[in-house]
Design a protein around this ligand. Structure first.
Ligand SMILES: *[C@@H]1O[C@H](CO)[C@@H](O)[C@H](O)[C@H]1NC(C)=O
Ligand SMILES: *[C@@H]1O[C@H](CO)[C@@H](O)[C@H](O)[C@H]1NC(C)=O
Ligand SMILES: *[C@@H]1O[C@H](CO)[C@@H](O)[C@H](O)[C@H]1NC(C)=O
Ligand SMILES: *[C@@H]1O[C@H](CO)[C@@H](O)[C@H](O)[C@H]1NC(C)=O
Ligand SMILES: *[C@@H]1O[C@H](CO)[C@@H](O)[C@H](O)[C@H]1NC(C)=O
Ligand SMILES: *[C@@H]1O[C@H](CO)[C@@H](O)[C@H](O)[C@H]1NC(C)=O
Ligand SMILES: *[C@@H]1O[C@H](CO)[C@@H](O)[C@H](O)[C@H]1NC(C)=O
Length: 370
Protein backbone atom coordinates (compact mmCIF):
# COMPACT_ATOMS: atom_id res chain seq x y z
CA UNK A 1 0.00 0.00 0.00
CA UNK A 2 2.77 2.40 0.90
CA UNK A 3 4.27 1.85 -2.52
CA UNK A 4 0.99 2.96 -4.11
CA UNK A 5 0.32 6.01 -1.97
CA UNK A 6 3.78 7.52 -1.84
CA UNK A 7 4.03 8.51 -5.53
CA UNK A 8 0.66 10.20 -5.09
CA UNK A 9 1.84 12.05 -1.99
CA UNK A 10 4.98 13.05 -3.84
CA UNK A 11 2.91 14.51 -6.68
CA UNK A 12 0.85 16.54 -4.20
CA UNK A 13 4.05 17.71 -2.56
CA UNK A 14 5.61 18.87 -5.83
CA UNK A 15 2.33 20.43 -6.96
CA UNK A 16 2.22 22.49 -3.75
CA UNK A 17 5.91 23.34 -4.14
CA UNK A 18 5.10 24.62 -7.64
CA UNK A 19 2.27 26.80 -6.33
CA UNK A 20 4.57 28.11 -3.64
CA UNK A 21 7.16 29.16 -6.24
CA UNK A 22 4.49 30.99 -8.24
CA UNK A 23 3.64 32.98 -5.12
CA UNK A 24 7.00 34.71 -5.35
CA UNK A 25 9.04 32.67 -2.89
CA UNK A 26 12.41 31.59 -4.19
CA UNK A 27 13.02 27.92 -3.33
CA UNK A 28 16.80 28.09 -3.40
CA UNK A 29 19.57 30.09 -4.96
CA UNK A 30 22.58 28.71 -6.82
CA UNK A 31 23.81 31.88 -8.39
CA UNK A 32 26.76 33.39 -10.16
CA UNK A 33 27.77 36.82 -11.46
CA UNK A 34 28.93 37.48 -15.00
CA UNK A 35 30.59 40.69 -16.16
CA UNK A 36 31.69 41.72 -19.66
CA UNK A 37 35.30 42.65 -18.82
CA UNK A 38 35.92 38.99 -17.96
CA UNK A 39 35.61 38.41 -21.73
CA UNK A 40 33.83 35.16 -20.93
CA UNK A 41 31.15 34.70 -23.63
CA UNK A 42 27.60 34.69 -22.26
CA UNK A 43 26.78 31.88 -24.68
CA UNK A 44 29.45 29.70 -22.96
CA UNK A 45 27.85 29.95 -19.48
CA UNK A 46 26.73 26.47 -18.40
CA UNK A 47 23.45 27.79 -17.03
CA UNK A 48 22.22 24.30 -16.08
CA UNK A 49 24.40 24.70 -12.98
CA UNK A 50 22.57 27.80 -11.72
CA UNK A 51 19.12 28.98 -10.69
CA UNK A 52 20.00 32.69 -11.02
CA UNK A 53 22.62 34.59 -13.02
CA UNK A 54 23.55 38.20 -12.27
CA UNK A 55 24.57 40.43 -15.17
CA UNK A 56 27.00 43.05 -13.86
CA UNK A 57 26.94 46.02 -14.00
CA UNK A 58 24.50 48.72 -14.94
CA UNK A 59 25.66 52.24 -14.04
CA UNK A 60 24.23 55.18 -12.12
CA UNK A 61 24.32 58.52 -13.94
CA UNK A 62 25.47 61.10 -11.39
CA UNK A 63 23.46 63.99 -12.82
CA UNK A 64 20.14 62.40 -13.83
CA UNK A 65 20.30 59.65 -11.15
CA UNK A 66 18.99 57.24 -13.74
CA UNK A 67 20.30 53.73 -14.18
CA UNK A 68 21.89 53.16 -17.57
CA UNK A 69 23.64 50.42 -19.51
CA UNK A 70 26.79 51.60 -21.26
CA UNK A 71 26.66 51.51 -25.04
CA UNK A 72 29.56 49.03 -25.02
CA UNK A 73 27.39 46.57 -23.04
CA UNK A 74 23.97 47.32 -24.52
CA UNK A 75 23.74 44.46 -27.03
CA UNK A 76 25.17 41.80 -24.70
CA UNK A 77 22.92 42.80 -21.82
CA UNK A 78 19.81 42.94 -23.98
CA UNK A 79 20.52 39.41 -25.23
CA UNK A 80 21.61 38.08 -21.85
CA UNK A 81 18.42 36.38 -20.64
CA UNK A 82 17.58 34.83 -23.98
CA UNK A 83 21.12 33.50 -24.33
CA UNK A 84 21.45 31.89 -20.88
CA UNK A 85 17.95 30.43 -21.11
CA UNK A 86 18.89 28.46 -24.19
CA UNK A 87 20.64 25.87 -21.98
CA UNK A 88 18.32 26.30 -18.97
CA UNK A 89 14.87 27.76 -19.68
CA UNK A 90 14.20 28.05 -15.93
CA UNK A 91 17.23 30.16 -15.05
CA UNK A 92 16.38 33.65 -13.79
CA UNK A 93 18.49 36.72 -14.52
CA UNK A 94 19.07 39.89 -12.53
CA UNK A 95 20.61 43.15 -13.66
CA UNK A 96 23.17 44.20 -11.07
CA UNK A 97 23.71 47.92 -10.51
CA UNK A 98 26.93 49.50 -9.23
CA UNK A 99 29.83 47.25 -8.19
CA UNK A 100 33.14 47.70 -6.43
CA UNK A 101 34.46 50.17 -9.01
CA UNK A 102 31.34 52.35 -9.17
CA UNK A 103 31.34 55.88 -7.78
CA UNK A 104 29.89 55.38 -4.31
CA UNK A 105 29.35 59.12 -3.81
CA UNK A 106 26.84 59.01 -6.66
CA UNK A 107 24.87 56.31 -4.81
CA UNK A 108 24.97 58.36 -1.63
CA UNK A 109 23.67 61.51 -3.32
CA UNK A 110 21.01 59.55 -5.21
CA UNK A 111 19.74 57.93 -1.99
CA UNK A 112 19.70 61.24 -0.10
CA UNK A 113 16.73 62.84 -1.93
CA UNK A 114 13.26 61.52 -2.76
CA UNK A 115 13.19 62.83 -6.35
CA UNK A 116 16.58 61.28 -7.09
CA UNK A 117 15.52 57.96 -5.59
CA UNK A 118 12.45 58.05 -7.80
CA UNK A 119 14.58 58.60 -10.93
CA UNK A 120 16.79 55.72 -9.92
CA UNK A 121 13.93 53.36 -9.08
CA UNK A 122 11.73 54.11 -12.09
CA UNK A 123 14.62 53.91 -14.54
CA UNK A 124 15.87 50.64 -13.00
CA UNK A 125 12.46 49.00 -13.45
CA UNK A 126 12.15 50.26 -17.03
CA UNK A 127 15.63 49.00 -17.81
CA UNK A 128 14.97 45.56 -16.29
CA UNK A 129 11.76 45.14 -18.28
CA UNK A 130 13.08 46.51 -21.57
CA UNK A 131 16.09 44.19 -21.33
CA UNK A 132 14.13 41.08 -20.26
CA UNK A 133 15.68 40.65 -16.80
CA UNK A 134 13.72 38.94 -14.00
CA UNK A 135 15.08 41.18 -11.30
CA UNK A 136 17.38 43.91 -10.05
CA UNK A 137 20.37 43.77 -7.73
CA UNK A 138 21.97 46.72 -5.94
CA UNK A 139 25.71 46.54 -5.38
CA UNK A 140 26.58 49.73 -3.44
CA UNK A 141 30.00 49.12 -1.84
CA UNK A 142 29.46 50.52 0.75
CA UNK A 143 27.47 53.20 2.49
CA UNK A 144 29.93 54.60 5.05
CA UNK A 145 27.93 56.87 7.37
CA UNK A 146 24.86 56.26 9.54
CA UNK A 147 22.85 58.65 7.33
CA UNK A 148 23.78 56.72 4.19
CA UNK A 149 22.65 53.46 5.83
CA UNK A 150 19.33 55.08 6.77
CA UNK A 151 18.92 56.33 3.19
CA UNK A 152 19.78 52.87 1.89
CA UNK A 153 16.85 51.56 3.97
CA UNK A 154 14.49 54.22 2.61
CA UNK A 155 15.58 53.45 -0.94
CA UNK A 156 14.82 49.73 -0.50
CA UNK A 157 11.38 50.40 0.87
CA UNK A 158 10.42 52.83 -1.93
CA UNK A 159 11.91 50.41 -4.48
CA UNK A 160 9.84 47.51 -3.14
CA UNK A 161 6.64 49.59 -3.33
CA UNK A 162 7.41 50.62 -6.92
CA UNK A 163 8.20 47.05 -7.94
CA UNK A 164 4.95 45.76 -6.45
CA UNK A 165 2.96 48.53 -8.16
CA UNK A 166 4.58 47.90 -11.51
CA UNK A 167 3.76 44.18 -11.36
CA UNK A 168 0.14 44.94 -10.47
CA UNK A 169 -0.22 47.35 -13.38
CA UNK A 170 1.75 45.38 -15.98
CA UNK A 171 0.41 41.98 -14.95
CA UNK A 172 3.97 40.62 -15.24
CA UNK A 173 5.70 38.49 -12.61
CA UNK A 174 7.05 40.74 -9.85
CA UNK A 175 10.71 41.61 -10.40
CA UNK A 176 13.13 40.10 -7.90
CA UNK A 177 14.98 42.63 -5.76
CA UNK A 178 18.31 41.75 -4.11
CA UNK A 179 21.44 43.49 -2.84
CA UNK A 180 25.07 42.51 -2.53
CA UNK A 181 26.11 43.47 1.01
CA UNK A 182 29.12 43.55 3.31
CA UNK A 183 30.28 40.34 5.03
CA UNK A 184 28.56 41.41 8.24
CA UNK A 185 25.42 43.41 9.10
CA UNK A 186 27.84 45.67 10.95
CA UNK A 187 30.08 47.75 8.68
CA UNK A 188 32.88 49.04 10.92
CA UNK A 189 30.38 49.95 13.68
CA UNK A 190 27.63 51.11 11.29
CA UNK A 191 24.56 48.89 11.10
CA UNK A 192 22.69 48.00 7.96
CA UNK A 193 18.96 48.87 8.22
CA UNK A 194 18.12 45.22 8.79
CA UNK A 195 14.36 45.75 9.13
CA UNK A 196 14.19 47.34 5.67
CA UNK A 197 16.56 44.72 4.25
CA UNK A 198 14.30 41.94 5.59
CA UNK A 199 11.03 43.52 4.55
CA UNK A 200 11.99 44.70 1.09
CA UNK A 201 14.58 42.39 -0.44
CA UNK A 202 14.03 38.87 -1.75
CA UNK A 203 17.48 38.09 -0.41
CA UNK A 204 20.98 39.47 0.21
CA UNK A 205 24.19 38.26 -1.41
CA UNK A 206 26.68 38.39 1.46
CA UNK A 207 30.16 39.10 0.11
CA UNK A 208 31.99 36.62 2.35
CA UNK A 209 35.36 37.16 0.70
CA UNK A 210 38.19 39.70 0.23
CA UNK A 211 39.01 39.43 3.95
CA UNK A 212 42.73 39.50 3.23
CA UNK A 213 44.69 40.38 0.12
CA UNK A 214 48.22 41.63 -0.55
CA UNK A 215 46.85 45.07 -1.47
CA UNK A 216 45.82 45.79 2.11
CA UNK A 217 47.57 42.99 4.07
CA UNK A 218 50.97 42.92 2.32
CA UNK A 219 53.13 41.70 5.19
CA UNK A 220 51.77 38.21 5.77
CA UNK A 221 49.96 35.52 3.83
CA UNK A 222 46.35 34.93 4.92
CA UNK A 223 43.21 33.04 3.93
CA UNK A 224 41.34 35.51 1.67
CA UNK A 225 37.91 34.09 2.45
CA UNK A 226 38.14 31.65 5.38
CA UNK A 227 34.89 30.32 6.80
CA UNK A 228 36.20 30.16 10.38
CA UNK A 229 38.75 31.94 12.49
CA UNK A 230 41.98 30.10 13.27
CA UNK A 231 43.35 32.85 15.49
CA UNK A 232 41.93 35.63 17.59
CA UNK A 233 40.77 38.52 15.43
CA UNK A 234 40.96 36.65 12.12
CA UNK A 235 38.23 37.91 9.79
CA UNK A 236 35.99 35.04 8.70
CA UNK A 237 32.73 34.31 6.91
CA UNK A 238 30.89 32.51 9.71
CA UNK A 239 31.14 35.46 12.12
CA UNK A 240 29.56 37.73 9.50
CA UNK A 241 26.74 35.31 8.68
CA UNK A 242 26.00 34.96 12.40
CA UNK A 243 25.92 38.78 12.67
CA UNK A 244 23.36 38.97 9.87
CA UNK A 245 21.15 36.33 11.49
CA UNK A 246 21.47 37.78 15.01
CA UNK A 247 20.60 41.25 13.72
CA UNK A 248 17.25 39.89 12.53
CA UNK A 249 17.61 38.84 8.89
CA UNK A 250 16.10 35.37 8.39
CA UNK A 251 18.56 32.69 7.28
CA UNK A 252 16.22 32.07 4.33
CA UNK A 253 17.03 35.56 3.03
CA UNK A 254 20.79 35.06 3.16
CA UNK A 255 22.92 33.82 0.27
CA UNK A 256 26.59 33.01 0.96
CA UNK A 257 29.28 34.40 -1.35
CA UNK A 258 32.01 32.16 -2.78
CA UNK A 259 35.08 33.63 -4.50
CA UNK A 260 36.09 31.85 -7.71
CA UNK A 261 39.46 33.61 -7.35
CA UNK A 262 42.27 34.00 -4.87
CA UNK A 263 45.18 36.29 -4.03
CA UNK A 264 48.90 35.74 -4.58
CA UNK A 265 51.57 36.99 -2.16
CA UNK A 266 55.35 37.06 -2.45
CA UNK A 267 56.90 35.08 0.41
CA UNK A 268 59.82 36.63 2.29
CA UNK A 269 61.30 33.16 2.84
CA UNK A 270 60.36 30.29 0.53
CA UNK A 271 60.73 27.84 3.43
CA UNK A 272 58.19 29.67 5.59
CA UNK A 273 55.01 29.16 3.60
CA UNK A 274 52.07 28.46 5.89
CA UNK A 275 49.12 30.68 6.75
CA UNK A 276 50.26 34.03 8.19
CA UNK A 277 53.84 33.57 6.97
CA UNK A 278 55.87 36.76 6.36
CA UNK A 279 55.21 38.23 2.93
CA UNK A 280 56.23 41.20 0.86
CA UNK A 281 53.21 42.37 -1.12
CA UNK A 282 51.58 40.82 -4.16
CA UNK A 283 52.74 38.30 -6.72
CA UNK A 284 51.46 37.51 -10.24
CA UNK A 285 49.16 40.54 -10.68
CA UNK A 286 49.15 44.12 -9.40
CA UNK A 287 46.74 43.47 -6.55
CA UNK A 288 47.57 39.75 -6.49
CA UNK A 289 44.07 38.68 -7.56
CA UNK A 290 44.01 35.59 -9.73
CA UNK A 291 41.09 33.54 -11.06
CA UNK A 292 40.62 29.87 -10.20
CA UNK A 293 41.38 28.73 -13.76
CA UNK A 294 44.69 30.62 -13.71
CA UNK A 295 45.46 29.18 -10.26
CA UNK A 296 45.01 25.67 -11.65
CA UNK A 297 47.37 26.57 -14.50
CA UNK A 298 49.92 27.98 -12.04
CA UNK A 299 49.75 24.79 -9.96
CA UNK A 300 50.28 22.45 -12.90
CA UNK A 301 52.93 24.57 -14.64
CA UNK A 302 54.98 25.00 -11.44
CA UNK A 303 54.17 21.66 -9.81
CA UNK A 304 53.06 23.77 -6.84
CA UNK A 305 52.25 22.19 -3.48
CA UNK A 306 48.59 22.49 -2.48
CA UNK A 307 47.20 22.46 1.06
CA UNK A 308 43.63 22.41 2.34
CA UNK A 309 43.23 23.76 5.87
CA UNK A 310 39.88 22.51 7.15
CA UNK A 311 40.18 24.35 10.47
CA UNK A 312 39.69 27.75 8.86
CA UNK A 313 38.44 26.36 5.49
CA UNK A 314 40.80 27.65 2.85
CA UNK A 315 43.12 26.23 0.23
CA UNK A 316 46.56 27.53 -0.59
CA UNK A 317 49.27 26.69 -3.07
CA UNK A 318 52.92 27.63 -3.16
CA UNK A 319 55.94 27.30 -5.40
CA UNK A 320 59.22 29.16 -4.79
CA UNK A 321 58.30 32.49 -3.26
CA UNK A 322 54.79 32.62 -4.76
CA UNK A 323 51.95 31.83 -2.32
CA UNK A 324 48.26 31.80 -3.37
CA UNK A 325 45.29 31.65 -0.98
CA UNK A 326 42.02 30.56 -2.65
CA UNK A 327 39.01 28.25 -2.53
CA UNK A 328 39.36 24.88 -4.22
CA UNK A 329 36.75 22.11 -4.29
CA UNK A 330 37.07 21.18 -0.59
CA UNK A 331 36.63 24.77 0.57
CA UNK A 332 33.68 25.23 -1.78
CA UNK A 333 31.93 22.03 -0.72
CA UNK A 334 32.51 22.77 2.98
CA UNK A 335 31.08 26.28 2.57
CA UNK A 336 28.06 25.09 0.60
CA UNK A 337 27.37 22.41 3.26
CA UNK A 338 27.67 25.14 5.87
CA UNK A 339 25.16 27.33 4.00
CA UNK A 340 22.74 24.44 3.73
CA UNK A 341 23.25 23.44 7.37
CA UNK A 342 22.54 26.99 8.56
CA UNK A 343 19.29 27.05 6.57
CA UNK A 344 20.54 29.78 4.23
CA UNK A 345 18.75 30.32 0.91
CA UNK A 346 21.80 29.33 -1.13
CA UNK A 347 25.11 30.54 -2.48
CA UNK A 348 26.47 32.79 -5.20
CA UNK A 349 29.89 33.04 -6.77
CA UNK A 350 31.95 35.88 -8.18
CA UNK A 351 32.50 35.24 -11.03
CA UNK A 352 31.51 32.66 -13.61
CA UNK A 353 34.36 33.35 -16.06
CA UNK A 354 36.99 32.52 -13.41
CA UNK A 355 35.93 28.89 -12.97
CA UNK A 356 37.92 26.10 -14.62
CA UNK A 357 35.87 23.67 -16.75
CA UNK A 358 32.93 24.15 -14.33
CA UNK A 359 34.81 22.39 -11.51
CA UNK A 360 33.80 24.79 -8.72
CA UNK A 361 30.31 25.42 -10.12
CA UNK A 362 29.65 21.69 -10.31
CA UNK A 363 31.09 21.08 -6.83
CA UNK A 364 28.82 23.75 -5.37
CA UNK A 365 25.73 22.59 -7.22
CA UNK A 366 26.27 18.92 -6.37
CA UNK A 367 26.96 19.71 -2.71
CA UNK A 368 23.78 21.78 -2.40
CA UNK A 369 21.69 19.14 -4.17
CA UNK A 370 18.50 19.58 -6.18
C1 LIG B 1 27.29 21.64 -17.74
O1 LIG B 1 27.04 21.11 -16.46
C2 LIG B 1 26.36 19.85 -16.51
C3 LIG B 1 26.01 19.47 -15.08
O2 LIG B 1 27.16 19.32 -14.30
C4 LIG B 1 27.26 18.85 -17.18
O3 LIG B 1 26.55 17.61 -17.29
C5 LIG B 1 27.63 19.33 -18.58
O4 LIG B 1 28.56 18.46 -19.15
C6 LIG B 1 28.22 20.73 -18.51
N1 LIG B 1 28.39 21.25 -19.86
C7 LIG B 1 29.57 21.64 -20.30
C8 LIG B 1 29.56 22.19 -21.70
O5 LIG B 1 30.59 21.57 -19.66
C1 LIG C 1 24.33 61.62 -17.56
O1 LIG C 1 23.20 61.86 -18.36
C2 LIG C 1 23.28 63.11 -19.04
C3 LIG C 1 21.91 63.33 -19.70
O2 LIG C 1 21.56 62.19 -20.46
C4 LIG C 1 24.42 63.08 -20.03
O3 LIG C 1 24.52 64.32 -20.71
C5 LIG C 1 25.71 62.79 -19.27
O4 LIG C 1 26.77 62.64 -20.17
C6 LIG C 1 25.58 61.56 -18.40
N1 LIG C 1 26.74 61.46 -17.54
C7 LIG C 1 27.59 60.45 -17.61
C8 LIG C 1 28.75 60.51 -16.66
O5 LIG C 1 27.45 59.51 -18.38
C1 LIG D 1 30.12 62.42 -12.60
O1 LIG D 1 30.73 61.39 -13.33
C2 LIG D 1 31.68 61.84 -14.28
C3 LIG D 1 32.12 60.65 -15.10
O2 LIG D 1 32.44 59.55 -14.31
C4 LIG D 1 32.82 62.51 -13.52
O3 LIG D 1 33.79 62.98 -14.42
C5 LIG D 1 32.27 63.64 -12.69
O4 LIG D 1 33.30 64.20 -11.88
C6 LIG D 1 31.15 63.18 -11.80
N1 LIG D 1 30.50 64.33 -11.17
C7 LIG D 1 30.34 64.42 -9.86
C8 LIG D 1 29.61 65.62 -9.40
O5 LIG D 1 30.74 63.57 -9.09
C1 LIG E 1 21.97 37.70 -29.55
O1 LIG E 1 21.49 36.35 -29.51
C2 LIG E 1 21.36 35.76 -30.78
C3 LIG E 1 20.73 34.39 -30.60
O2 LIG E 1 20.81 33.93 -29.30
C4 LIG E 1 22.74 35.68 -31.43
O3 LIG E 1 22.63 35.12 -32.70
C5 LIG E 1 23.34 37.07 -31.53
O4 LIG E 1 24.66 37.00 -32.01
C6 LIG E 1 23.37 37.74 -30.16
N1 LIG E 1 23.83 39.12 -30.26
C7 LIG E 1 24.74 39.62 -29.44
C8 LIG E 1 25.09 41.05 -29.69
O5 LIG E 1 25.24 39.00 -28.53
C1 LIG F 1 54.04 46.32 6.20
O1 LIG F 1 55.38 46.41 6.52
C2 LIG F 1 55.97 47.66 6.18
C3 LIG F 1 57.46 47.58 6.38
O2 LIG F 1 57.76 47.01 7.64
C4 LIG F 1 55.30 48.75 7.03
O3 LIG F 1 55.83 50.02 6.66
C5 LIG F 1 53.80 48.74 6.74
O4 LIG F 1 53.12 49.63 7.57
C6 LIG F 1 53.22 47.35 6.93
N1 LIG F 1 51.86 47.35 6.39
C7 LIG F 1 50.80 47.03 7.11
C8 LIG F 1 49.45 47.10 6.42
O5 LIG F 1 50.86 46.65 8.26
C1 LIG G 1 45.17 25.57 9.88
O1 LIG G 1 45.32 26.93 10.14
C2 LIG G 1 45.27 27.26 11.52
C3 LIG G 1 45.25 28.78 11.61
O2 LIG G 1 46.38 29.33 11.02
C4 LIG G 1 46.45 26.62 12.23
O3 LIG G 1 46.39 26.92 13.59
C5 LIG G 1 46.39 25.12 12.01
O4 LIG G 1 47.55 24.54 12.54
C6 LIG G 1 46.30 24.79 10.53
N1 LIG G 1 46.05 23.37 10.39
C7 LIG G 1 46.83 22.59 9.69
C8 LIG G 1 46.44 21.16 9.62
O5 LIG G 1 47.84 23.03 9.12
C1 LIG H 1 59.31 44.54 0.37
O1 LIG H 1 60.68 44.49 0.48
C2 LIG H 1 61.35 45.71 0.17
C3 LIG H 1 62.85 45.50 0.14
O2 LIG H 1 63.22 44.48 1.01
C4 LIG H 1 60.92 46.75 1.19
O3 LIG H 1 61.54 47.98 0.91
C5 LIG H 1 59.42 46.91 1.13
O4 LIG H 1 58.97 47.77 2.12
C6 LIG H 1 58.73 45.59 1.30
N1 LIG H 1 57.30 45.77 0.99
C7 LIG H 1 56.37 45.26 1.72
C8 LIG H 1 54.94 45.52 1.27
O5 LIG H 1 56.57 44.57 2.69
Amino acid sequence: MASKTSPFLFSIFFFLLGLHSCAGQTANVKAVYWFPDSEFPVSSINSTLFTHIFCAFADLNNTTYQVTISSANAAKFKNFTQTVQQKNPNVKTLLSIGGGRADKDAFASMASQASRRKSFIDSSINLARSNNFHGLDLDWEYPDTATKYANFGTLLSEWRTAIANEARISGETTLLLTAAVFRSSNYYSLSYPVRSVSDNLDWINVMSYDFYGPGWSPNFTAPPAALYSGASGQVNGDAGIRDWIQSGVAARKIVLGLPFYGYAWRLVNSNNRGLFAPANGSAISGDGSIGYGQIRNFISQNKATTVYNGTVVTDYAYSGTTWIGYDDTQSVSTKVSYAKGKGLLGYFAWHVGADSNWVLSQTASRTWGA
